[in-house]
Design a protein around this ligand. Structure first.
Ligand SMILES: *Cc1c(COP(=O)(O)O)cnc(C)c1O
Length: 213
């Protein structure tokens, strides 16, 4: 059996021991469709990309043929790229400004296609990271109600530290102040901890596909 299929099976097995129904987004950025194909054939559904242009080139055809596939945009979305990202992306994890909320609302009406959205939270309050700060969150969340967006949850990329558990716990606290259900958090180095701490979508790249160059 192909190596990356094995990797995915092992992760699924680990997660089943935690006994939750967390979904794995296989983050396929930088890898060619040829490299990704075995786990599509295996039946994996959720895939993640961080660049709109790369995703368009890689996924347009195969999504047309296989409409059970779900594509997630996990990287920054520039407002001028919004028109290219619908209906390609079923999920967008990087809602981080009102300007973007407005653009998405206009574009989803035009295309008659409503992506599911996550608000990105800058959980470590890091200057270099995107996302809504903890101070602004409540106000931002309220403002998004002006648009008819399908916001389903919160997403974070925690600071690069050994133990990210405290950030996952903080995300749960913030989520619990909203009506939102989903939490997109946990990557190759901390997905087990994320799964134990209420993540509902894990974004796993290198642990499945191997190291990126
Ligand atoms: C690349 C990326 C991932 C996956 O990272 P790995 O460490 O390879 O699992 C997850 N989330 C985001 C936002 C990414 O850009």
């Amino acid at each position: 059996m192909h190596n990356i299929v094995n990797n995915l099976i092992l992760i699924n097995k680990e997660l089943s021991t935690i006994n939750n129904n967390t979904k794995i987004i296989a983050v396929s950025k930088t890898f060619s469709m040829e490299h990704i194909k075995p786990i599509i054939d295996y039946g994996h559904i959720h895939f993640g990309e961080n660049k709109v242009q790369e995703a368009l080139e890689k996924w347009t055809k195969i999504k047309d043929k296989n409409n059970s596939l779900k594509l997630h945009l996990i990287g920054k979305l520039q407002t001028n790229k919004v028109k290219f990202c619908l209906p390609l992306f079923d999920f967008i994890h990087s809602l981080d400004s009102i300007k973007l909320a407005e653009k998405l609302a206009n574009e989803q009406a035009k295309k008659n296609f409503k992506p599911k959205l996550f608000i990105q939270v800058n959980i470590g309050e890091e200057d270099q990271k995107n996302g809504i700060s903890l101070k602004e969150f409540e106000n931002f969340y309220k403002k998004t109600e002006d648009f008819e967006l399908d916001i389903i949850g919160l997403m974070c990329i925690p600071p690069f530290v050994d133990d990210t558990k405290v950030f996952f716990e903080k995300m749960v606290q913030i989520r619990d102040k909203t009506n939102l259900k989903e939490l997109s958090m946990g990557m190759s180095n901390d997905y087990l901890s994320a799964a134990k701490n209420s993540a509902t979508y894990l974004r796993i790249g290198s642990k499945i596909f191997g190291a990126r160059d």
